[in-house]
Design a protein around this ligand. Structure first.
Ligand code: ADP
Ligand code: ASP
Ligand code: MG
Length: 392
């Protein structure tokens, strides 16, 4: 008998039909004799719908109240899934994060889990229940509701698995594992049977949203066995582990889309200080005549405007492509030359720990990622057979 934490994301619980299918999948594992904690996200689109309601009232809503609102989506799915399990004759009980006691800091909208109490979970499991926990939520030391950032249910699952010393944390999603790049963007993306924690961290940090970055970091730090699987079909998925990623070329290419490039007539240092004050994460670099370029998520645009004090700004949609595992200095020239053949330009580049990030025009995303993926993942001989780890 194993103790499993199984997490199901938004698409996997996106309709009553899907919730019933999740119930069947959980029951299958239960019937194999395993103890199960299930973590669920809100139904697909629900968190965005709630965010949209908030923004109709205020473009930059009060952060505390936003968490009260956004956490509601997960309360719906835990109840529906527990009902579906009960109807099938299995004892299941739903818990919001506060009932488990998932404690976080008070960084509203982007809180970090500090501790997960195990007492209640262990009691309920010991009584033979399937325990269904709301992902994405926490509570701070003053009993405020917090949320863990977009995609945060992954982190809830990993933190629960770590606290309970589960045998495996299984992240069920709408693709059948971690791929060398987003399989919805590049048709010949390859599923990776396993991936090293460092490479997965890099993939997640640079936009591969199949796992939330914090969940990978937490699993790495607490040695939580972590696997990504499809909720739609059976398979081995991708195991995240400490074995070197088994690829000849780059491990993968990560895509960070829905970003905006803002140009502002203020010096770099001043801009960086303002963004820090507003807690805004951005890639900033100097332009000409003391101007600064700022790359942010489109979702952060309203807050960026607030931070920049309504200064006139010029904006453009951009994408960051990151090749994971590259070491050679000449890789940039190779990529630039190949992209130039298709009249694609690189706006800016950045290196960090065996990862090359390239800023490009958002409209070039599809073509550029296909070219780079082909050159460095599918046909890595263009790298002089020197080892690259991944492009994410
Ligand atoms: P969930 O709702 O289950 O949490 P997400 O939408 O957060 O699912 O993550 C799954 C999505 O991640 C996939 O549909 C896929 O488009 C995207 N994705 C991006 N990069 C990758 C990658 N390298 N491998 C697999 N999926 C990826
Ligand atoms: N429902 C939240 C979101 O849409 C959390 C999650 O899905 O993991 O970001
Ligand atoms: Mg997700």
């Amino acid at each position: 008998m194993a103790l499993l934490v199984q997490k199901f994301g938004g698409t996997s619980v996106g309709s009553i039909e899907r919730i019933e299918a999740v119930a069947e999948r959980v029951i299958k594992a239960r019937q194999q004799g395993h103890q199960i904690v299930v973590v669920v996200s809100a139904m697909a689109g629900d968190t965005n719908r709630l965010l949209g309601l908030a923004r109709q009232i205020d473009e930059v809503p009060t952060q505390r109240e936003l968490d009260v609102l956004l956490s509601a989506g997960e309360q719906v799915t835990i109840a529906l899934l527990a009902m579906a399990l009960n109807k099938r004759g299995f004892n299941a009980i739903s818990l919001i994060a506060d009932q488990v006691a998932i404690r976080t800091d008070n960084a509203f909208n982007n809180a970090n889990i500090i501790q997960v109490e195990t007492e209640k979970l262990e009691t309920l499991l010991g009584e033979g229940n399937i325990v269904v926990v709301a992902g994405f939520q926490g509570r701070d030391s003053e009993n405020n509701i917090t949320t863990l950032g977009r995609g945060g249910s992954d982190t809830t699952a990993v933190a629960i698995a770590g606290a309970l010393k589960a045998d495996e944390c299984q992240i069920f999603t709408d693709v059948d594992g971690v791929y060398s790049t987003d399989p919805r963007v590049v048709a010949d993306a390859r599923r990776l049977p396993s991936i090293h924690f460092d490479d997965m961290t890099s993939m997640a940090r640079h936009g591969a949203k199949v796992l939330q970055l914090q969940s990978v970091e937490y699993a790495n730090h607490h040695k939580v066995p972590l696997r990504v699987l499809s909720s739609f079909e059976d398979g081995e998925g991708t195991l995240v582990n400490f074995e070197p990623s088994n690829t000849e070329g780059a491990v993968g290419v990560a895509i960070k889309s829905q970003q905006v490039l803002t140009t502002v007539a203020q010096p770099l240092v001043a801009v960086q200080e303002r963004l820090k004050l507003f807690g805004l994460a951005a890639w900033c670099y100097a332009g000409i005549d003391d101007s600064t370029y700022i790359v942010t998520a489109s979702d952060d645009l309203a807050r960026l405007k607030l931070a920049l004090d309504k200064v006139e700004v010029a904006q453009e949609h951009v994408t960051t492509l990151s090749v994971i595992g590259v070491e050679q200095a000449d890789v940039v020239e190779k990529i630039a030359a190949t992209l130039a053949e298709s009249s694609l330009a690189i706006y800016q580049q950045q290196w960090s720990a065996r990862c090359l990030s390239l800023l490009i025009d958002g409209q070039d995303q599809q073509l550029a990622v296909s070219i780079i993926h082909k050159q460095f993942v599918v046909e890595p001989e263009s790298l002089d057979n020197r080892r690259l780890l991944a492009v994410s």
